[in-house]
Design a protein around this ligand. Structure first.
Ligand SMILES: [Zn+2]
Length: 314
């Protein structure tokens, strides 16, 4: 492990979670750069869409924002969206994710993630300096946070959890005066869902969309079903006003983003997307299809000529 610069001595943003009110009863609870969770509150009940890394108690934050009975919905089973499930009793996930959620993750994943955290923190120092000097895109709620006081690498545990409710396509989550519809959008993972509030036009996409790298390369991903899911979302664009994603700093996009990503996947399958070699956050090699406001990570060895809408040969 390389030297770790101390950038925290007079750093004003120390809370691990960054909270942004997105509208009445709707909050972003983010672990900036790592992952975004969303608190959606109705007149009777509230839903926390995803629980983050589990590095700090997200339940306390959610309960501080909403006094309503709170249940968790996981957008999919991945550890960075379900890490805080440990603090909740009621957990809903798409039917196809229950077993995956309850399965212990690979043993070395927690350590690999902490390596990533330290790389991120080292590079953040430079990134912030450059932003201060030239660009001024960063605002406080986007700032990377130091690890919580006293938190050691060994404290980061990835725990399996048990779903108490199984969700299906078309289910409606009734919060009283608000209703969230479950859209099953497999591709990033078999159990990926989006939540859509028709009245406000808010769409919460989990990892099915990302204003950054869209991960379509992992073992549990499937590029063909990913393309079908994003085409479906593109078809809904007229009814959507605001799109909220779970990774990178641009957490909100306009509805036109749905069409852009749908077209991006079409171009990938047609072999028309510009490709370059890249690596994912854990350093694994991927093929990256590059577009204007996002990119798509494809399996290493991806060859559109033989992919035929499924996985590459790699
Ligand atoms: Zn994921």
């Amino acid at each position: 492990m390389g030297q770790r610069p101390d950038w925290t001595s007079d750093f004003p943003y120390r809370d691990w979670f960054s909270v942004v009110e997105l509208g009445p009863g709707t909050h972003l609870i983010s672990e900036p750069v790592h992952v975004n969770s969303y608190l959606i509150e109705g007149s009777e009940r509230a839903v926390l869409l995803d629980t983050g890394l589990g590095l700090a108690d997200i339940r306390k934050i959610a309960e501080g924002l909403s006094g309503k009975p709170l249940r968790v919905v996981n957008s999919h089973y991945h550890f960075d969206h379900s890490g805080g499930n440990r603090w909740f009793q009621e957990i809903a996930i798409h039917r196809s994710g229950a077993t995956l959620l309850a399965t212990p993750p690979p043993e070395d994943l927690a350590a690999a993630y902490m390596d990533y955290v330290h790389r991120l923190h080292a590079d953040w120092v430079t990134y912030r300096e450059l932003d201060d000097r030239y660009f001024r895109l960063l605002t406080g709620e986007l700032y990377v946070r130091p690890l919580p006081e006293g938190f050691a690498d060994e404290d980061f545990e990835i725990l399996p959890s048990q779903a108490t409710t199984l969700l299906d396509e078309g289910d409606v989550i009734d919060l009283g005066d608000r209703r969230l519809r479950v859209l099953h959008t497999p591709g990033h993972s078999p159990d990926s869902i989006c939540l859509f509030e028709e009245r406000s036009g808010m769409l919460f996409t989990g990892d099915t969309l990302s204003a950054g790298a869209i991960y379509a390369h992992a073992e549990d991903a499937d590029v063909g079903s990913f393309a079908r899911s994003t085409a479906r979302l593109a078809g809904m664009a007229a009814d959507v006003r605001r799109v909220f994603v779970c990774h990178f700093l641009r957490y909100e996009s306009p509805a036109s983003f749905l069409r852009a990503v749908g077209e991006g996947f079409e171009r990938v399958l047609a072999g028309e997307a510009p490709l370059r070699p890249s690596i994912d956050f854990l350093g694994a090699p991927v093929v990256e299809a590059c577009f204007e406001a996002f990119s798509i990570f494809l399996p290493a060895g991806w060859d559109p000529a033989v992919a035929g809408g499924g996985r590459g040969p790699g």
